[in-house]
Design a protein. Structure first.
Ligand SMILES: [Zn+2]
Length: 107
């Protein structure tokens, strides 16, 4: 399954996923219109080095501080770049399962 990069169309302040995030989804599935975490508008971005052109491994993304979500059959997302203390499964509306953005900001 290809991985797509998304960014919030407007302010992402307060969103646990940060300004940009990645989602692995079936190629036939429509681009997400809303952030799976905060519900605000997002747009798919094609960035050299990211997305379908040159997929990065989950470990690479993790090292770069990206959060990558993989949608599961039950409608929840799996955080495949989860770091220590983060839940692997992101359940909308359950704050305990959201990625901890602050741990990933290094500067
Ligand atoms: Zn968001």
């Amino acid at each position: 399954m290809p991985t797509y990069s998304y960014e919030h169309a407007g302010k992402a302040a307060g969103c646990k996923l940060g300004p940009a995030f990645e989602v692995e989804q079936p190629i036939r599935e429509a681009a997400l219109a809303r952030c799976p975490e905060c519900g605000r508008a997002v747009r798919r971005v094609i960035t050299p080095g990211f997305g379908i052109a040159a997929p990065k491994s989950n470990a690479d993304l993790k090292g770069l501080g990206f959060t990558k979500l993989v949608k599961r059959g039950d409608g929840n997302y799996e955080n495949v770049t989860a770091i220590d203390g983060e839940s692997r499964i992101v359940k909308r509306g359950d704050a305990r399962t959201l990625p901890h953005l602050r741990k990933k900001i290094r500067d």
